[in-house]
Write a protein that binds this ligand. Structure first.
Ligand code: MN
Length: 235
């Protein structure tokens, strides 16, 4: 199940499960989406303990801290997460940094769980054609993406963005920043915070980046690509 909240899961089951995935994020109070697969689903490349701690503690903290920051800001909490992030510069000074860190963290991890749980391999169809057009070929994309992740100093993300025309671009962002903060859309991304890999890989970020491709879910990323071009990809 790819939807982000139980409410959305029910809506998806009732109306859209066999039509298209739901990539929308509810308004606040925000909730931690369940992992869409078992914690061990990405073994041996991503170990179950890392997945559990990452989801149940790190992502959960971003959600609870975001809700705490917005508890006296009901008008903001009534907005969708992607709209809150797109209007980050307009947020009140007192909560802007909390929104940036925790709203960004919530969005980034909600995307991250979705695009894993697969068997790697290669993209297909329209997405494969777009990768060839915008990066040369899939191997060149992987090489550039891994380099972006490896050279991101400290904590952050390597991401591929997609626009309404289906154009792809490689991005790196520090901390929990996201192209959603510029009104963009993330097709997929990899978390290069040490908490994402340290238990298994210690300081070997390059090994983690290489192994991560083995658990990428290209069916889901293709569905996100289709949604992006239809204007329905939100997080
Ligand atoms: Mn993380």
């Amino acid at each position: 199940m790819i939807s982000l909240t139980r409410r959305h899961a029910l809506i998806a089951t009732a109306t859209t499960m066999f039509v298209r995935p739901v990539f929308a994020q509810a308004t606040g109070p925000f909730t931690l989406p369940p992992l869409p697969y078992a914690a061990e689903a990405n073994e041996p490349h991503i170990d179950a303990q890392t997945m559990t701690i990452h989801h149940d503690r790190h992502h959960a903290a971003y959600v609870s801290n975001l809700n705490a920051a917005l508890k006296d800001h009901s008008a903001i909490a009534a907005m969708s997460l992607q709209n809150i992030l797109a209007k980050l510069t307009e947020m009140p000074d007192a909560v802007r940094t909390a929104i940036r860190n925790n709203g960004g963290g919530h969005a980034n991890h909600s995307m991250f769980w979705q695009v894993m749980g697969g068997n790697g391999g290669k993209p297909t169809g329209d997405l494969a054609a777009a990768i060839t057009r915008d990066f040369g070929d899939f191997d060149k994309l992987k090489e550039a993406f891994n380099r972006a992740g490896l050279t991101q100093f400290g904590s952050g993300w390597a991401m591929v963005t997609v626009d309404r025309a289906g154009k792809l671009a490689l991005m790196a962002r520090p901390n929990q920043d996201t192209p959603l903060m510029e009104g963009g859309r993330v097709l997929f991304g990899n978390d290069v915070w040490e908490h994402a890999y340290y238990l298994k890989y210690q300081n070997r970020r390059a090994d983690y980046l290489t192994a991560w491709w083995n658990v990428v879910n290209w069916n889901m990323i293709s569905a996100r690509y289709t949604a992006a071009r239809a204007g329905t990809l939100e997080i």
